[in-house]
Design a protein around this ligand. Structure first.
Ligand SMILES: Cc1cc2nc3c(=O)[nH]c(=O)nc-3n(C[C@H](O)[C@H](O)[C@H](O)COP(=O)(O)OP(=O)(O)OC[C@H]3O[C@@H](n4cnc5c(N)ncnc54)[C@H](O)[C@@H]3O)c2cc1C
Length: 456
């Protein structure tokens, strides 16, 4: 009996989509690179379903692409020819909120915004947040070790995971619903599945750490004239504002281009500057948080480090700052063949690295204009560059990743390697590391059925 027939016999209709029942949405993640609509989509409801499905696929050698919310930006969840998809979309239950342990337990297919809301309804706070919150799933966030806007305060997704249920390629269920802050009983196996992009197992349930909800929020847009001043502001903010929650930098051509691209965005400044920073802090003391924030800015302006600053007087002001920062969608729509980067560079090398990238692009591809912005507080910034054609775009990727390696940076600080960046992994990982990754993969998934060709 064929595998398809066997699976269709065991599982009811909503658990298996076959052929014409498979819509185009399963053909690609956000990169829109997908050309292959899978013949079969598996849609389990429980970890036990995932286990039974994988057991059958493993015996038959059927390759699987794991699909969460399909907002990934590295092609990891886009099917390749012959692969079936396993979508977590029906595993979307909030299982428990523990007010004493400060944890929430959810199925991995739950959209991030639903988990955020459940925490908020319980008077608590999940500090993971990114633009794709309404569509991405918590399992996808953990599989990619997502970052976002508050990493500077709370860390990456990894820092928020307390326990996990994951299913291996052969169907083995590893269930560790740990809620303890301290637990050194053996290897911390959940770490294998965080950031490994579905290559080592399928995450089906997670226990996440929650926090008391902040009651104050301060936002300012600062203008500065040099990268040395930007780093000075960062260091001063980290020292004097323990509640710093965002430090987002925009280079001037990104700032200006977004303002022109977005209908109702406006610069809070009348002058032009060399760098723009959104500085935010979230805290728990209504009496002093705002005062400390203003004092910091006043001191740095007096010292000439911050050239100008505008404090948000309302939520609308803060939203206007973020509208400019998040104008990447509008800006990309105006570019041809855009190349996107999410590189990580040690903070002290950011300026030299950007200069190097700029001069290299100018020399090799004079028509390319690159825009820079990002989470500089985490040493992570994005580049988007319009290119003339696919060949030039590839050349731009090659050049930028090579320079990233030269500065001991990461070719991907948050979006993951997926299928799109595998050939450049060696710029960030040495041979021994990649060999150990391969050994782990071969041990946990000897037939290579889970997300083959992703990461390396
Ligand atoms: C508008 C926008 C803004 C974004 N902003 C950010 C940002 O600030 N920071 C950031 O880090 N990313 C960002 N991203 C990228 C993306 O949202 C994240 O990578 C997100 O974590 C992916 O989640 P997903 O559920 O959509 O995963 P998918 O795209 O479905 O999958 C991503 C990878 O994880 C694997 N996977 C998915 N679910 C599971 C599972 N349950 N078990 C095992 N493997 C699994 C897939 O096979 C694939 O390799 C953004 C994307 C968009 C579109």
């Amino acid at each position: 009996m064929s595998l398809t027939k066997k699976i269709c016999e065991i599982f009811d209709a909503p658990s298996v989509l076959y052929n014409d029942e498979v819509s185009d949405k399963y053909a690609s993640d956000w990169t829109d690179g997908g050309k292959y609509r899978p013949e079969v989509v598996l849609r389990p409801k429980t970890a036990e379903d995932v286990s039974s499905m994988l057991k059958l696929c493993n015996v038959a050698g059927q390759q699987i692409v794991v699909q969460g919310g399909l907002t990934g930006l590295s092609g990891g969840a886009s099917p390749k020819p012959g692969e079936w998809s396993l979508s977590l979309e029906r595993m979307n239950q909030i299982i428990e909120i523990d007010q004493d342990a400060l944890t929430i337990t959810v199925q991995a297919g739950t959209p991030l915004s639903v988990v955020q809301r459940a925490a908020e309804d319980a008077g608590l706070y999940l500090p993971l947040d990114l633009g794709a919150r309404g569509s991405c799933q918590i399992g996808g966030n953990i599989a990619t070790n997502a970052g976002g806007n508050q990493v500077i305060k709370y860390g990456m997704a990894r820092a928020l995971v307390s326990g996990m249920v994951a299913v291996l390629a052969d169907g083995t269920i590893l269930a560790n619903r740990n809620k303890l802050l301290k637990n050194n009983a053996g290897y911390d196996l959940k770490q294998l599945f965080i950031g490994s992009e579905g290559t080592l197992g399928i995450i089906t349930e997670v226990v996440l750490r929650l926090f008391p909800k902040p009651i104050t929020k301060q936002s300012a847009m600062c203008a500065l004239e040099s990268m040395t001043d930007v780093i000075h502001l960062l260091n001063a903010a980290r020292t004097r504002l323990p509640s710093i929650s965002a430090f987002e930098v925009m280079w001037p051509n990104y700032f200006d281009a977004c303002i022109s691209a977005i209908d109702d965005a406006r610069s809070p400044f009348t002058e032009k500057y060399s760098y723009y920073v959104i500085l935010e802090s979230e805290g728990h003391c209504a009496e002093t948080d705002f005062e400390h924030f203003c004092e910091l800015l006043a001191d740095l302006m007096e010292q000439g480090i911050v050239a100008n600053a505008v404090l948000a007087q309302s939520i609308a002001d803060a939203e206007n700052f973020w509208k400019i920062r998040d104008g990447i969608g509008e800006l990309t729509a105006l570019l041809k063949n855009a190349a996107h980067f999410d590189i990580g560079i040690p903070i002290r090398s950011v300026e030299a690295c950007v200069d190097d990238i700029q001069s290299t692009l100018l020399r090799k591809f004079p028509s390319v204009i690159a825009y820079y912005f990002g989470h500089l507080g985490d040493g992570n910034f994005h580049i988007v560059a319009g290119t003339e054609n696919e060949e030039q775009k590839y050349g731009v990727y090659n050049a930028v990743y090579e320079i990233t390696g030269k500065y001991e940076g990461s070719i991907t600080a948050e979006h993951g390697v997926g299928s799109d960046k595998t050939q450049w992994l060696h710029h960030s990982r040495d041979e021994a590391e990649i060999a150990l990754m391969r050994t782990l993969k071969a041990t946990l998934d000897p037939k290579g059925i889970l997300n083959p060709g992703r990461v390396f």
